[in-house]
Design a protein around this ligand. Structure first.
Ligand code: SIN
Length: 516
């Protein structure tokens, strides 16, 4: 097996991965693994923006309060405080790194309002904010001789011995590679592709979570999956997102008859928390309605404010100012993930996680809009700081010598690892079950049925179908977690337990560590 040695290996090339790599690089050499081309990640699809209390009437404590409110009792207030206090500084640093945010004619930052924010605090670059921040960071990375980008590499195993992580095995077209490092960072993003409808990129299959779990790390809050209310209801997976900022600019949700329905469901109407809007749409769909965004109130401003959305809609012959835009909820973000402390450290020495793959405690049961890009950067930098400290102290060693070769069977499986085929009927079945029974509205019977369907698929998966096997296992973990929480809270809605239970107010569901 090919072998590489480095100081840090970062798995994932979205913003969490790039931020960690960039800010860790003064401490040593960094390898970044990207599953495909580096820009094919969720971050570059993120439209809305990055939340930060930079407005005159705003403060980090208001931002923290809104975040805690959205999180429905499960956020960790101290970590939320870190996020919102560091947000203005991160924004200033992004600007210094060359990120262009939209400005008002007066030259001030133009701030947008999104769901469940008490005021406008979302910085944006048109409707392609994630791609703009990613561009600014990637340009720095390209010029950084200490960072090596390895595209087309899927991490297959995190290597741990004696409670310490010492590297990773990655698989690509040229076979497996063992990469040894003093620190391994899981920045693999979310798992939207486990669901039949998602805004998540084709590569968001939750790799990091299952790798961490197998390595003995603890996973937390897997039942909390956020469903974005307004994905475009036409086109292939991933569904194209119609940013919440469009509703922030005045667009309304209506049925095919033009009837506006959100005021019946919540006083904040279209800008109510995402779980409420998603369930309201699902309810209207159940009644047999089709649901649309009416963007006429945004007016001609649409073109300039949402150029990416406008050009995508044109591909489908939709003029956003004059036509109704067909929308549907879709899986969008996982609040839970690999449990970490406030420096992204997992329970395994040398193993870190950040971004959507991590459960830092900032999102609780539901994420506030535009806190996700912020989280990748704030915690990417904190992980980098912890790693640099360890590297300075020379903590961790290349724990093992050249004697660690796998047995012939394991080697054979890796050499012949089958790539995930998105048209595979077993994968489609997992996506259908997860969407229908582990989606926006769940109940005990549906979750039990889902578990038995998922279990029946186990024997249909060959040993060398590593990614499909990982997806199935993660789907089972999420479903089990949803079954074990007999209440409704944040994004997790159980029709058989429609209220939040005080007994579960502060309770997290931890899973781990793997013992098979
Ligand atoms: C959006 O633009 O609606 C998505 C932003 C987010 O998920 O925070």
């Amino acid at each position: 097996m090919r072998r590489i040695e480095t100081d840090v290996v970062v798995i994932g090339s979205g913003l969490a991965g790039l931020a960690t790599a960039l800010w860790a690089s003064p401490g040593g050499k960094v390898v970044v693994l990207a599953k495909d081309q580096p820009d094919r990640c969720n971050s570059t699809l993120a439209q809305g923006g990055i939340a930060a209390a930079v407005g005159e009437d705003d403060s980090p404590s208001f931002h923290a309060e809104d975040t805690l409110f959205a999180g429905a009792g499960l956020c960790e207030p101290q970590v939320v405080g870190l996020l919102t206090n560091e947000a203005p500084k991160i924004v200033a640093d992004l600007i210094a790194l060359g990120t262009r945010f939209d400005l008002r004619p007066s030259g001030e930052l133009d701030l947008a309002r999104e769901g469940a924010h008490r005021l406008a605090r979302v910085l944006h670059h048109g409707d392609s904010t994630g791609a703009e921040i990613w561009r600014a960071l990637y340009q720095r990375i390209e010029r950084n001789e200490r960072i090596r980008m390895m595209p087309g590499q899927r991490a297959q195993e995190v290597l741990v011995e004696g409670g310490r992580c010492y590297g990773v095995i990655a698989g690509g077209m040229d076979g497996p590679t063992e990469i040894r490092a003093r620190a391994v960072v899981l920045a693999t993003g979310g798992c939207g592709q486990l669901f039949g409808r998602t805004t998540g990129s084709l590569f968001s299959t939750g790799d990091g979570l299952i790798l961490a779990w197998r390595a003995g790390a603890v996973l937390r809050d897997l039942e909390f999956i956020q469903f974005h209310p307004t994905a475009l209801a036409v086109g292939d997976s991933p569904l194209f997102l119609i940013s919440e900022a469009v509703r922030g600019e005045g667009a309304l949700l209506v049925t095919e008859d033009g009837d506006r329905f959100m005021p019946q469901y919540h006083p904040m109407a279209e800008l109510a928390p995402r779980d409420i809007v998603s369930r309201a749409i699902a309810r209207e769909q159940e009644k047999g309605h089709r649901v649309f965004l009416d963007a006429a109130p945004v007016g001609t401003h649409f073109t300039q404010r949402f150029p990416t959305i406008q050009s995508k809609l044109r591909e489908y012959g939709i003029d956003p100012v004059h036509d109704l835009i067909p929308v549907t909820p879709a899986a969008h973000f996982m609040m839970g993930g690999i449990r970490t402390d406030d420096y992204g450290r997992t329970n395994i020495e040398g193993l870190f996680a950040c971004g959507e793959a991590a459960s830092t405690g900032v999102h609780g049961a539901n994420r506030l809009a535009s806190n996700s890009l912020l989280e990748t950067l704030v915690f990417g930098r904190r992980v980098a700081a912890a790693i640099r400290k360890n590297l300075t102290q020379r903590l961790g060693t290349m724990a093992r010598d050249a004697s660690t070769f796998e047995d012939a069977a394991a080697r054979n499986i890796r050499d012949h690892a089958a790539p995930l085929d998105h048209t595979d009927s077993r994968f489609k079945k997992i996506q259908a079950v997860m969407w229908e029974q582990v989606g926006i509205v769940r109940c005990e019977q549906g979750l039990r049925d889902a578990l038995s369907t998922l279990e029946s698929l186990e024997k249909e998966i060959e040993d060398n179908e590593l990614e499909l096997r990982d997806i199935l296992e993660l789907a089972q973990l999420i479903t089990q977690a949803a079954l074990e929480r007999p209440e409704s809270r944040g994004s997790h809605y159980r029709s058989d337990y429609p209220e939040a239970s005080p007994a579960w107010q502060k309770k997290h569901l931890n899973r781990g560590s793997y013992s098979a």
